[in-house]
Design a protein around this ligand. Structure first.
Ligand SMILES: O=C(O)CCC(=O)C(=O)O
Ligand SMILES: [Fe+2]
Length: 315
């Protein structure tokens, strides 16, 4: 696979019966993309284009409101992060603001009153993303050769999924960081972005732009899958670069894992095949808390920032 081509996969064969060849072809491409990049794009996923457009239209309107209006829907606190509107603290190198939502009906959510209809759009998007997360999880399950529904049963609690509507400010003359390079700590992340661009993925030390394509959803394999698969599938390193003269909007949905879950390389990818586990086991919430500390108490030395390598077995 060439460095510059992140594959785009039609996932409709997984949403209906009868296209065995389409399924096989998609599984091949996704399996390869997950082991090389940890990143691929999907189309024909079932989210209506009109809904995706509406979601951007509403977030543009919302984030353009004065701060006072946006702060009307900020939760004072919450675990693991406060729901509703937040802006990165001034000291953060990440220059964005966002609206955080937990599963509709979870009781944590603080929705904007304006623009009218935004809440309904967010809830509809959330429910589509949850379905797609489950479809993609099943695809990953099959690509990894796990018993049917293995990941679904392992990760059965949907209460910890969350989604952020993000707005990145335009770049300044001296500064263009939107989100510093990172890997996501959850299981699978789904992102869709507007036409501004700026999402980049690192492969073999080279940053590859992920150009916007309307209606396309980016799938990002995250740390939990990397650990379970004992590094067979990669947790993608990515970042967002801010653009000159324009804001960027995106939606990032984090298919997550319940905090009490134990995460360690599955025996299928370690003991059973005579390979040493590349990570020691950990409880998911411990890792989440350490990652949160990276943000609330940023270490002065970059090497002290906690990544999944914190659990890596190096000998
Ligand atoms: O906005 C994006 O495109 C990506 C956001 C992201 O990487 C994150 O929130 O972890
Ligand atoms: Fe991310």
């Amino acid at each position: 696979m060439a460095n510059s081509s992140i594959p785009t996969v039609d996932i409709s064969p997984f949403l209906r019966q009868g296209d065995e060849n389409g399924r096989k072809e998609a599984l091949k491409i996704i399996g390869q993309a997950c082991s090389e990049y940890g990143f691929f794009k999907i189309v024909n996923h079932g989210v209506p284009l009109e809904l995706m457009r509406k979601a951007f239209e509403h977030s543009r309107t919302f984030f353009d409101y004065p701060d006072e209006e946006k702060h009307k829907c900020s939760a004072a606190s919450g675990a693991p992060l406060p729901a509703g509107y937040s802006r990165q603290p001034a000291h953060s190198p990440d220059k964005n603001e966002y609206l955080l939502v937990f599963p509709p009906g979870s009781g944590f959510n603080v929705y904007p009153r304006n623009p009218p209809g935004y809440r309904e759009v967010i809830e509809e998007i959330f429910s589509h993303m949850t379905k797609i997360g489950s479809v993609v999880e099943n695809i990953i399950n099959e690509c990894l050769g796990l018993p049917p529904n293995f990941l679904k049963e392992y990760n059965h609690d949907r209460s910890w999924d969350f989604m952020a509507a993000l707005r990145y400010f335009p770049a300044t003359e001296t500064e263009n960081n939107g989100i510093t390079e990172h890997e996501d700590g959850n299981s699978i992340t789904l992102v869709f972005q507007d036409e501004a661009g700026g999402l980049e993925l690192r492969k073999n030390g080279v940053w590859i732009p992920v150009p916007p394509a309307e209606g396309t959803i980016v799938v990002n394999i995250s740390d939990v899958i990397q650990v379970l698969s004992n590094n067979k599938f990669k947790s993608a390193t990515h970042r967002v670069v801010r653009q000159e003269g324009k804001s960027r909007h995106s939606y990032a949905f984090f298919y997550n894992l319940e905090g009490d879950k134990w995460v360690e390389p599955l025996s299928q990818f370690a003991k059973d095949i005579g390979e040493a586990p590349k990570y020691r086991g950990f409880q998911f919430k411990e890792y989440q808390q350490l990652r949160l500390r990276n943000k609330t108490h940023p270490p002065s030395k970059p090497e002290d920032v906690i990544h999944i390598t914190h659990y890596a077995i190096t000998n």
